[in-house]
Design a protein around this ligand. Structure first.
Ligand code: NAP
Ligand code: SF4
Length: 674
């Protein structure tokens, strides 16, 4: 057995979890969608059928003040809808456990009725919360208990109560958000009381044969957050109060340290869980950036945890565990921690899915069913769109030939993977490379095809995924030797001087700025580098893991300015959950950002611009163009002119706003229907 620790059952006394892999909680938006429970049932059942040990649902609020517009379980009618989910999971795999997460956001609720121990507004919350009076505190405790009782009636095997992230329970624990002077505030014993009463009373109400998980912030990443001693004290007290399992979380949402983005090293935080595990006797769950079975196995083998939670990896590949069990880990579609279709969607009020797997949360809508009319299909271009189309069509039974002019698959992803902090992007290329072999796709690299060649081979369908070419802006002097395209820079074909202007501050402008301002090893590959850059002390664990620890970011040797014409804040269009990390990193390295500029000309002196109405000369050695892309459609136009059956996908279809998420999504839908 390749993963003995990961596949080992965990005996909880009254029940057994069949392996150590947990699908962690993740709000998907299905909770609130009309018909969403049916879709949620299919989404979870697919993961259950593929051997995940235990599932924890997205957060469900226990009452009105905690839910805003969100899903809640506060009466029998709300609870009844969940039966569909629990029955689907147990129907798919009777030995898979499913627990419901009870999430009371407290001051982070999107409602003016939000409540908290004290009226302390979070920097990321829309409202100042209402201070709970004594009766209000008791009501919140009762509502948590009732919610757990209803979850049991709805067929769940347990509940997870979230006491981290800046949600209600955690704000009782931390001194700066709990200014109360009654028995729920002041001393740490008092601040723990709310959490412990919820656990004690829930255990009494649900009985002994029900899984009760409590999620704590084992490192909350807050200045003056919880001390290590407080965390241990809480862990021991929770154990006494009756929890079955303690789950460790790392962060409050308002903290300024990335904990799940792609630049965070794999399994960066598990040693913190490992330290807590030594202090308690109940099993502990660890999480964050564990995205492949070998990473999970190592974490368990080190003794860092009893169970490993993977939330996003289960979106990226519903058959993750089945593939691990069968030794087909090279077929796992790995979560690259981009957040682009999951958390960025969640925090923009959109339905969650996954960049690398658009079926996630669409299991009733998008299926790759075997075809009963196999076609001979040519796909031209092996970027993300071409790869997604080719693999989905081949999975369905079509005969696919994939042509690529370059000597490797991947298109623009080959540039992305070269950016420090984006090393995970290799995984998607590994996945597609393997699936080409598994599905018997005929791959023709170093083969630039044209309409004549394709016409000669009598394909039933031709899919053009020829991608994009970088846009060359119409600026006087654009042919000057100082000018380089982002492709020249990322591939190293052109050297970059000491003083640099970057024209265009979209995703690629930021990537290029990251690349040329970076020195030393990538923080994504080296936990010590990451810890130094973000000001985290894993060893001494000061309050929150960060208190008094200054981030050590080396200023770039280069003078770099990122420019855009729009008046909006530079970087505004970057991912909602990750954009801030890029802006902060670059500004710590001394990269300047200018908006509202007009490009006048480029000459031997440098780049001439208007900043506002003021003429300005930027005396730079290199001007890097990151000004978006134009579609490459020649092959398509020629094929269409010949009247051949042809479709256009990816950047060649729409270069504006094109990214891998849109490309894979469009290609997968089209290939599912061909
Ligand atoms: P982009 O995000 O559309 O940005 C293009 C930039 O070029 C903008 O800053 C734009 O700003 C500027 N621009 C456009 N036309 C111009 C012109 N004629 N002259 C001068 N400047 C011009 O495109 P991208 O950066 O090339 O990225 C391509 C796609 O890849 C995007 O969809 C992006 O989401 C994706 N991507 C994402 C990430 C990520 O981390 N999420 C990273 C890399 C790429 P002004 O018009 O204001 O000057
Ligand atoms: Fe992972 Fe990105 Fe998919 Fe989210 S969208 S699950 S981060 S690969």
């Amino acid at each position: 057995m390749k993963y003995p620790k990961l596949l080992e059952p965990l005996d909880l006394g009254f029940t057994t979890i069949k392996n150590r892999a947990i699908m962690g909680s993740m709000h998907t938006g299905l909770e609130e969608l009309e018909g969403g429970f049916e879709r949620m049932a299919a989404y979870f059942a697919e993961r259950a059928a593929n051997d995940i040990g235990m599932i924890i649902t997205g957060g469900i609020a226990p009452n009105e003040e905690s839910s805003g517009q969100g899903a809640r379980m506060s009466n029998d009618e709300e609870a009844a809808k969940h039966r569909m989910v629990t029955e689907a999971v147990h129907g798919a795999a009777p030995d898979v456990k499913i627990c419901m997460q009870i999430l009371h956001p407290g001051p982070l609720a999107y409602t003016p009725a939000a409540v908290a121990p004290s009226p302390v507004k979070s920097r990321i919350a829309p409202f100042v919360p209402n201070e709970l009076d004594a009766a209000g505190v008791q009501k919140q405790i009762d509502d948590h208990v009732q919610c757990a009782v209803m979850a049991k009636k709805a067929g769940y095997d347990g509940v997870e109560i979230i006491g981290s992230a800046g949600y209600l329970i955690s704000t009782f624990l931390v001194q700066k958000t709990n200014l109360r002077e009654d028995e729920y505030g002041g001393s740490y014993e008092n601040r723990m009381r709310f959490a412990l009463e919820i656990v004690e009373q829930t255990r009494a109400a649900v009985g002994d044969d029900f899984i009760l998980i409590f999620r704590i912030a084992a490192m909350d990443m807050l200045e003056d957050g919880m001390s290590w001693e407080e965390i241990i004290t809480l862990g021991k007290a929770l154990e006494k109060a009756g929890v079955t399992i303690i789950s460790t979380h790392f962060t409050w949402h308002e903290s300024a340290v990335p904990t799940i983005a792609t630049m965070v090293p794999r399994a960066a935080f598990t040693s913190v869980t490992g330290r807590l595990r030594k202090e308690v006797s109940v099993p502990v769950i660890t999480s964050n950036r564990i995205n492949m079975p070998d990473v999970a196995e190592e974490v368990l083998a080190r003794g860092d945890a009893d169970l490993v939670s993977m939330a996003r990896p289960m979106l990226a590949d519903g058959a993750f565990m089945r593939k691990a069990i069968e030794g087909r880990e090279d077929e796992i579609n790995t979560c690259i921690a981009c957040n682009q279709a999951c958390l960025d969607h969640t925090f923009s009020g959109k339905l969650t899915s996954c960049l690398v797997n658009p079926r996630a949360c669409h299991e009733t809508k998008l299926n790759y069913l075997p075809t009963d009319a196999a076609k001979n299909i040519a796909v031209v271009g092996a970027g993300m769109a071409g790869l997604a189309y080719a693999t989905v069509a081949a999975e369905r039974g079509h005969q696919v030939t994939l042509f690529e002019a370059a000597s490797e698959i991947g298109g623009q992803f080959n540039l992305a993977k070269k950016i420090p902090g984006k090393e995970e992007f290799f995984e998607t290329l590994r996945y597609y490379g393997r699936m080409i072999e598994v599905l018997g796709i005929t791959l023709k690299l170093d083969t630039r095809v044209d309409a004549e060649m394709l016409a000669a081979e009598s394909f039933d369908q031709i899919i053009v995924a020829t991608g994009i070419s970088p846009r060359t802006p119409d600026i006087e002097g654009i042919d000057h030797p100082k000018v380089a395209s982002y492709i020249d820079v990322i591939t190293g074909r052109k050297s970059v001087g000491q003083k640099v202007a970057i024209i265009g501050a979209g995703g690629i402008g930021f990537d290029v700025a990251e690349l040329i301002s970076h020195s030393g090893p990538s923080g994504a590959l080296d936990r010590d580098v990451f810890a130094a850059e973000w000001g985290v002390d894993f060893e001494n664990h000061p309050r929150g893991g960060v208190t008094g620890v200054e981030p050590k970011v080396a200023k770039s040797d280069r003078e770099i300015t990122l420019l855009q014409r729009k008046d909006s804040r530079v970087g505004k269009g970057l991912g909602k959950t990750t954009g801030w990390t890029h802006r902060l990193t670059l500004s710590r390295r001394g990269v300047q950002m200018m908006n509202g500029v007009e490009y006048v000309k480029i000459d031997d002196d440098g780049l001439h611009i208007l900043a506002g109405d003021q003429p300005m000369l930027m005396e730079v050695d290199t001007i890097i163009i990151c000004a978006g892309q134009n579609p490459l459609r020649t092959v398509y136009d020629d094929l269409e002119a010949k009247g051949l059956p042809v479709d256009l996908i990816g950047g060649a279809f729409e270069a504006m706003e094109l990214d891998a998420k849109a490309a894979i999504n469009q290609a997968s839908h089209m290939a599912a229907a061909v």
